[in-house]
Each structure stands twice: as structure tokens, then as C-alpha cells.
Design a protein around this ligand. Structure first.
Ligand code: ATP
Ligand code: MG
Length: 367
């Protein structure tokens, strides 16, 4: 769990230090006070990436040159005699260039992002995943109906947190895919020989199969997770399998389209729901037939499954980050969330304190 976080020139904060308890912390502040920015900083410590910045530089304070986010993470199951194990995580962001001396012409390139764990600079795949988080914000609420790429991104976020090999395979797959698509274009436009495809095919098949297997495992796990109130949800993994045989079958189409047509970059997950209201065996396709409220409950269910999955795989409870979602949910479903908040470290942001349940004990941070 996260113990402290210190921000310097990060978004609207020049300097901010926060301490978190192991229970529920509520960050209370009006619109534009920086609530989402704080959760973004925590997510950055967890994954090494932002969930919203298009360019990472956007996270540096308008007036600043360098942003720092530093946190201490306590591993509760850490050594029993030595006390809990503590890890320090730090992300440093720059604009990529600094002036050297007084000469305005002298500009030196510097890394845009540095990830540091216990004082040692790390690659992304070795930095991510120490702090485990499940983030849930208003932008997630339409996941059921949005584009497949967002559902793939969801799967990647879950699996990348718990599996270093998945992080490696995804990076390798993405790079390989770009190279292979470029090659397909050169085959089509410049008559480059097709034999060069073999190398990329092998790389994509190997990494693609790992990705599909892990995504399948998450879907199977989610399908065993309980629903709530009178609704049960499930997922269908609509996988685009990749194999030498499939690549062989589509090779002509791939060359003329100059793009790779099969593989996990074409996967999707489809939500289904069975409720007290539907016919006895009736499962419905949530995207097509669900009400907006039901679709949102499907996402809530998926987030609960994500929490349970991370805990099962890593034996650690992730920190739940809830960004201002209460105004979007009805009373009954807010209750579901409060119930879940009690069982792990939870950090909730809200502009409106009347949503806070009196029955649960919370630490407050006012912005
Ligand atoms: N790089 C930056 N430098 C300085 N300020 C920034 C930067 N990026 C964003 N901001 C500002 O930070 C402020 C707080 O943003 P944030 O999204 O965290 O607010 P919030 O408290 O979540 O608000 P809401 O309740 O509306 O969601 C905004 O006014 C935004 O313009
Ligand atoms: Mg916000």
C-alpha cells in the first residue's frame, strides 16, 4: 500500500505531501482543485504511465521544468522480524532539454522520464507493478459501449500490473506489429521479398499467444466473480488468435491492406448480463440491450473482478483509487462501493461530501 506521496511541480501542485492510512482516505476539494491530478500521480507511481496525458510533459507544472512524484510503498506481508518492507518509488519528468551555461544556443538533450526504485534507475518493465492499484473514474463508466481498443487497454492494464512477462510480451508485440506492418507496405509498394516476413511472424506468434493466454485467464477468473444485487455479469473473450497457419491464410489480404489482420491487437471482450428481470435463462448482450445504469454496473463488476484478480495472483491487496464516481451512481450502488472500500486501502476523491457514508471511518484530506 502507499504510505506517503510527495509532488513537486506536478500539474497544479508546486509542492504537496500527503500521508495515507491503510483504510479509506477521502480527498475532498472543489472542481479544479487537483483531485484527479493526485490520483494520476499515484497511478504514475504504479504503472510508470499516466492514464490521461497525451504527452507526458503535460504533467509538468506550467511554470516548471521538472516534475517529481515520489512515494513510499509499504509491503505489509514483508519480513516479520525486520518490520514491513518499504520501497521508495520516484518518477521524474522533464521537457527533454536543458540549457547549458548562459549561451542560449547550447541546449542539451536529457531523458524525458526517469523511473527510480530504491534509488536505482529502472526500465519501465522493472519499475511498474510494485504499487498495485485499481483505478475507477467516470471515464470508465462507458467501457461496455466504447471502442474495443479501450477494452484491450483495460486487459493490458490489469495484466501488466501483475506479470512482468506480460509487460515484456506486450512491448515486444507492439514493436513487432509496427515493423511487420511497415514491411507489408514495402512488399506491396516496393516489391520487397515476402521471405522477410518469417522473422516477424515468429515474433508475433510467440508474444501474441502469451498475451491471448493471459487475457483468457483473466476472463475465466472474472466469470467466476459474483455479481451483486440481482445482477450477474459475464464476459466472452472474442479473441483474434494468431498462428502461423492463420497468418498464412490471410497473407494476400494482409499485403494488399498493408496491415496485420489477426492477433490480440484485434481482440475484444463482450459483456453479458443475466438479471432478475430477464427471462429464466436469458443472458443479454449488455452493450446492445442493457440500460445505461446496467452497463455501468457491468463496469463496476469488472473493476471488482480486477481487484480480486490482482489479489489472487500477487497475494497483495491493491489500493483502490476512486475518482469522483459517486455522483454517477445511485444510492444502492454507492453502498456496494462503500462495502468494497472497507477491505483494502482505498483513496476516494469527491467534490461533494454529502456522498460520504457516515458509517465508514475515513481520513480526510481537504484541498
Ligand atoms: N501542467 C499543469 N500545470 C498546472 N496546472 C495544471 C496542469 N495540468 C492541469 N492543470 C490544472 O490542474 C487543475 C486541477 O485539475 P484536476 O483535474 O486534478 O481537478 P479536479 O479536482 O479533479 O477537478 P474536477 O472536480 O473538476 O474533476 C485544473 O485547473 C487544471 O487546469
Ligand atoms: Mg477530477
Amino acid at each position: 500500500m502507499i504510505k506517503t506521496v510527495k509532488l513537486q511541480d506536478f500539474r497544479n501542485f508546486n509542492e504537496l505531501t500527503l500521508n495515507f492510512s491503510s483504510g479509506v482516505t477521502v480527498i475532498l476539494g472543489p472542481n479544479a482543485s487537483g483531485k484527479t491530478n493526485i490520483l494520476e500521480a499515484l497511478y504514475l507511481l504504479s504503472t510508470g504511465k499516466s492514464f490521461r496525458a497525451r504527452l507526458e510533459e503535460e504533467m509538468i507544472n506550467y511554470g516548471g521544468q521538472v516534475a517529481r512524484v515520489k512515494g513510499t510503498v509499504v509491503d505489509e506481508k514483508g519480513g516479520s522480524n525486520t518490520g514491513p518492507a518499504i520501497t521508495s518509488l520516484e518518477v521524474i519528468l522533464t521537457r527533454g532539454k536543458i540549457k547549458v551555461g548562459d549561451d542560449p544556443e547550447k541546449i542539451q538533450n536529457i531523458p524525458r522520464k526517469t523511473l527510480i526504485k530504491n534509488g536505482v534507475s529502472k526500465r519501465l518493465i522493472d519499475f511498474a507493478g510494485k504499487l498495485k492499484v485499481v483505478l475507477f473514474g467516470p471515464w470508465d463508466l462507458d467501457l461496455v459501449t466504447q471502442s474495443p481498443s479501450l477494452r484491450r487497454k483495460f486487459l493490458d492494464t490489469v495484466l501488466s500490473q501483475v506479470d512482468r512477462e506480460y509487460r515484456r510480451a506486450s512491448l515486444s508485440y507492439e514493436k513487432g506489429l509496427r515493423q511487420r506492418n511497415r514491411l507489408l507496405q514495402r512488399i506491396r509498394d516496393e516489391g520487397v521479398p515476402r521471405t522477410q516476413l518469417a522473422f516477424w511472424n515468429q515474433l508475433l506468434v510467440k508474444n501474441g499467444n502469451y498475451i491471448s493466454d493471459k487475457r483468457g485467464e483473466f476472463v475465466d477468473f472474472a466469470n467466476k466473480s459474483p455479481g451483486f444485487l440481482d445482477q450477474d455479469f459475464s464476459l466472452i473473450y472474442d479473441a483474434s488468435a494468431i498462428s502461423s497457419a492463420r497468418l498464412e491464410r490471410y497473407k494476400e489480404e494482409e499485403v494488399s491492406a498493408a496491415t496485420t489482420l489477426v492477433g490480440p491487437h484485434r481482440d475484444d471482450i463482450i459483456f453479458e448480463m443475466r438479471s432478475g428481470k430477464s427471462s429464466k435463462d436469458g443472458k443479454i448482450d449488455l452493450a446492445r440491450f442493457g440500460s445505461r445504469g446496467e452497463q455501468r454496473m457491468g463496469v463496476l463488476w469488472l473493476k471488482m473482478a480486477e481487484l480480486a484478480f490482482i489479489e489472487k495472483v500477487t497475494n497483495e491487496k491493491p489500493t483502490l483509487l476512486l475518482d469522483d464516481i459517486f455522483s454517477e451512481l445511485d444510492h444502492e450502488h454507492r453502498e456496494v462501493i462503500f462495502e468494497v472500500s472497507k477491505s483494502q486501502q482505498t483513496i476516494i476523491s469527491t467534490a461533494d461530501q454529502h456522498y460520504l457514508e457516515k458509517s465508514i471511518e475515513v481520513e480526510r484530506v481537504e484541498l
